[in-house]
Ligand binder design. Structure first.
Ligand code: MN
Length: 236
C-alpha cells in the first residue's frame, strides 16, 4: 500500500442506470462546435474547422438532481446540453470502423460554461480552462450501457430552462459523429476506460441565474435536471 501525506481524494464517478455500481471517471474530453447552427451562433464557420477538444477535470462531475452554486467571476453562465460517451476499452489510433467497440455507454450531460471568461480567453488566444473547467461544471445523468450493439446515432436532444425549451435538435446533426470523435481523439491521446467525451452542443445556448431549474434529455438515454443555487460565498 502506498502511503500518502493526505487522505487521497475520492474517485469521481457517474451513476449507471439500474445498477448500484458506478462508472469511475478518469478524464473528461469535450468537443467544441460540433453542431453547425451552434458554431454559427458562436460566430464561426462550421464548414471549415476540423473538430477540436478542451477538457474538464474529472472532479467537475455532478449528479443529476444536484443544486449547483452559481460560479464565481462570471456574469454570463451558460448551459450546453450534450451527448456523453463513456469509454470502456483502451485504444490508440483507433480506426473509425472499430471505434464503437471502445464505448461502455452513453448519457446526458450539461457542459456548464462561464461564457464571458471563455470568450475573453478565445479572443486573447488564451486557454479556455477558466471558462470551461471550473467546479461543478459537468453535471451528468446516469449512464446507459451499450446493449445489443445499439449506439445512438439519431434522436432528439433538448434542454429547457424553467420549462421553456431552449435547445431542440437531433443527434443526427452532429458534424463529427461519435466514431469520428473517438478516432480523432485517439490520435492525440491513449483513450482509457473511465474517460468521458462530451460531444458538443446544439444551437440555443443561453444564460441561467440562481433559482433556475434546468432540465434536458436525449431520446433513449433519459433526462437530467439541475437547479442553480446562490453564488458561493453568498450574495454580492
Ligand atoms: Mn460544449
Amino acid at each position: 500500500m502506498t502511503d500518502y501525506v493526505l487522505e487521497p481524494p475520492a474517485i469521481p464517478s457517474v451513476a449507471i442506470a439500474g445498477e448500484s455500481a458506478r462508472f469511475p471517471v478518469r478524464r473528461i474530453f469535450c468537443v467544441g462546435r460540433n453542431y453547425a447552427a451552434h458554431a454559427r451562433e458562436m460566430g464561426k464557420d462550421p464548414d471549415r474547422e476540423p473538430p477540436f477538444f478542451f477538457t474538464k477535470p474529472a472532479d467537475a462531475v455532478v449528479y443529476s438532481g444536484a443544486t449547483i452554486a452559481y460560479p464565481p467571476e462570471t456574469r454570463n453562465f451558460h448551459y450546453e446540453i450534450e451527448l456523453i460517451v463513456a469509454i470502456g476499452r483502451e485504444g490508440f489510433e483507433i480506426r473509425r470502423e472499430d471505434a464503437l467497440a471502445h464505448v461502455f455507454g452513453y448519457g446526458v450531460g450539461i457542459d456548464l460554461t462561464r461564457r464571458d471568461l471563455q470568450f475573453e480567453a478565445r479572443d486573447k488566444g488564451r486557454p479556455w480552462d477558466w471558462g470551461k473547467a471550473f467546479d461543478q461544471s459537468a453535471p451528468i445523468a446516469p449512464l446507459h450501457r451499450v446493449t445489443d450493439g445499439v449506439h445512438p446515432a439519431r434522436g432528439r436532444i433538448w434542454l429547457a430552462v424553467n420549462g421553456a425549451v431552449k435547445q431542440d435538435a437531433d443527434l443526427a446533426e452532429l458534424i463529427w459523429p461519435v466514431p469520428d470523435i473517438i478516432a480523432i481523439a485517439s490520435r492525440s491521446m491513449v483513450l482509457k476506460p473511465g474517460d468521458l467525451i462530451m460531444t458538443g452542443t446544439p444551437a440555443g445556448v443561453g444564460a441561467i441565474v440562481a433559482g433556475d431549474k434546468v432540465t434536458g434529455g436525449i431520446d433513449g438515454l433519459g433526462t437530467i435536471e439541475i437547479t442553480i443555487g446562490p453564488a458561493l460565498g453568498g450574495a454580492r
